[in-house]
Design a protein around this ligand. Sequence first.
Ligand SMILES: C[S@@+](CC[C@H](N)C(=O)[O-])C[C@H]1O[C@@H](n2cnc3c(N)ncnc32)[C@H](O)[C@@H]1O
Length: 215
Amino acid sequence: MTDDSIIKSQEQYAEELFEQDEALEQVLASIREKGMPEISIAAGYGRLLTLLVRLTGGQDALEIGALGGYSGICLARGLQPGGRLVSLELKREYAELAHANLTQAGFGELVEYRVGEALDHLSALEQEGRRFDLFFIDADKGNYPNYLEWAIKLAKPGALVVGDNTFMRGKTINPEQKGNAVTRMRQFNEQIARDPRLEGVMLPAYDGLAIARVK
Ligand SMILES: C[S@@+](CC[C@H](N)C(=O)[O-])C[C@H]1O[C@@H](n2cnc3c(N)ncnc32)[C@H](O)[C@@H]1O
């Protein structure tokens, strides 16, 4: 077995330990049906999101990049009663599908979708005085460092920041890759590791996940 196939088999073994999740399978089917990109968070990291929201006391979560609502359901599941999820999504049709899927999963009332450029909404949220316990960054990779700055600004004390796809399917560790998105992702990853305002870890399974606590 090559190193790659061992990693894939281990991920598959871990996935198969868990029962099929009807609500999340339904989200994936709805994304396929609409011909949308099949880029929802990996199942294992979805479960981790639920756990992290629960561990932060789960009152206010913010997601950047909704797609069909897969990670939205995972985040919503970890919220305390009365907790809220704000989800920022560029495309109206995606936000509508995500909202329909969260509604079907029983979370329609606690999520608020804001459609358009996430950076515009982040600045509006600051002006509204909104603050969050957990941020999930999963949108355009070139803006990850900007999203991280906003998360630090909008963080309640001890909030967690989670970022998906930190390896960009191998691009991040390939020195031949010099485009804007991958360069900005490297900057984001370095900040997770070294920014004195953060206490971070990098999980190397699937496509890479960064988690940091805002000090
Ligand atoms: C990887 S998908 C999100 C997957 C989702 N978090 C999940 O796991 O279910 C990235 C999403 O970010 C959205 N997006 C891309 N650029 C954006 C931007 N500038 N502002 C807001 N959303 C953006 C895309 O439309 C897409 O739905």
